[in-house]
Design a protein around this ligand. Structure first.
Ligand code: PMP
Ligand code: GLN
Length: 383
């Protein structure tokens, strides 16, 4: 007898990142699809991991994260953004930003609630909303600069709106939100019992002299916001799965109820190593924008002769490109063709939409060694 399995996520398949990385591996393509660096983290950080691994930091750390790491994050927020955050009641260390996003959504969203996301939206948001019994309302960003359509947002808000999810710098579009965007958002949700979940994993990867507008710097939003960060992006260690959530004490208390029964905590020796490195090497993350801007500029100049038309990239380590002069294929087919036939894996944008626009845009990841970018550009320019 088979037990009928009723999926809780019937519309969900395997994430496009996993699909494209596997296709790249199967066809030996240069993988510019899933976002991860192809270079090693700082040796100083690796040494701290090794040190703590060998000196007894191998058993459960505190459920909310080791105090040294939480106080380090609090000092960093004070130093860089002049924000006061209490490390005991407002910061929780998580197993990557993915866990933090999931917990935040589970603790805020109740059955029947509506959650606004902006399309193209990072793919982990909607499944988490569905599992919480909520309904996701998709508000498309306006091309070519992927800005918020404030009228459309206004029309999408109602007494049912419980949460708005923002992401800046934005994956996959590489656009950024500015302080006046936060002001407009604050005004739009002022009459509602609505929270904000702010995905800020690329906070340090911002270009051309812009500064990151964190929700934590906005007095009004800060009181109703949960902000999520990832050390994976900041320290070139996406596989370590370590991040954190900053939220007011009453929201953090609820967040921790979910966190403790989701993963309970995250690897001890990694927390200690990052605590050391945050304190001893602040310049490391302060120079990250410059570091990736040089890669963006290199990649863009290398592929300039190609048939791809490049869109603005203001942050993250992604570059969007329009392939309409190369092919009339749909983006899923185009990404497949690029990977299998041309040997360069890219990410199509349609999986990030509820209703994909009729566009011909794919995402390249430029978090790669310069040699990898050069090799890729030779192929791209010959297409
Ligand atoms: N949000 C966005 C926008 C991302 O790009 C990522 C990275 N894949 C995450 C969240 C998840 O971060 P982490 O790997 O720390 O779980
Ligand atoms: N955030 C990464 C990207 O955008 C992928 C993360 C994942 O594979 N889950 O490519």
């Amino acid at each position: 007898m088979t037990i009928p399995l009723q999926s809780k996520l019937p519309a969900v398949g395997t994430t496009i990142f996993t699909v494209m990385s596997k296709l790249a591996a199967d066809h030996d393509a240069i993988n510019l699809s899933q976002g991860f660096p192809d270079f090693e983290p700082d040796e100083g950080l690796v040494q701290r991991v090794e040190y703590h691994l060998r000196t007894g930091k191998n058993q459960y750390p505190p459920m909310i994260g080791v105090p040294e790491l939480r106080t380090g994050i609090s000092r960093k927020l004070k130093r860089n953004s002049h924000i006061d955050v209490d490390s005991e009641t407002e910061i929780t260390i998580t197993s990557g930003a993915t866990e933090a996003l999931f917990n935040a959504i589970q603790c805020l969203v109740r059955p029947g609630d509506e959650v606004v996301v902006f399309d193209p939206a990072y793919d982990s948001y909607e499944p988490a909303v569905s599992l919480a019994g909520g309904r996701t309302i998709h508000v498309p960003l306006i091309l070519p600069h992927y800005q918020i359509d404030w009228d459309r947002l206004q029309e999408s808000l109602s007494a049912k709106t419980r949460l708005v999810i923002i992401n800046s710098p934005h994956n996959p579009s590489s656009s950024i939100l500015k302080t006046d965007d936060l002001d407009q958002l604050a005004e739009a949700i002022r009459p509602l019992d609505c929270y904000v979940l702010s995905d800020e994993v690329y906070e340090h990867i911002i270009f051309d002299g812009e500064t990151h507008a964190s929700v934590l710097t906005h007095d009004e939003l800060r009181r109703k916001a949960m902000a999520v960060f990832s050390f994976g992006k900041t320290y070139h260690v996406t596989g370590w799965k370590i991040g954190y959530c900053v939220a007011p004490p009453e929201l953090t208390a609820e967040f921790r109820k979910i966190h403790q029964f989701n993963v309970f905590t995250t690897a001890t020796f990694i927390q200690w190593a990052i605590a050391d490195f945050l304190e001893s090497n602040p310049q490391n993350y302060q120079q990250l924008g410059e570091f990736y801007q040089a890669k963006r500029d290199l990649f863009c100049s290398l592929v300039e002769p190609s048939g791809f038309r490049l869109l603005p990239s203001r942050g993250t380590y992604f570059q969007l490109a329009d392939y309409r002069e190369i092919s009339a294929r749909k983006d899923m087919d185009f990404a497949h063709w690029m990977t299998v036939e041309k040997g360069i894996a890219v990410i199509p944008l349609s999986p990030f939409y509820q209703t994909p626009p009729d566009s011909t845009i794919v995402r390249f990841c430029f978090a790669k060694q310069d040699d990898t970018l050069r090799q890729a550009a030779e192929i791209i320019n010959a297409i």
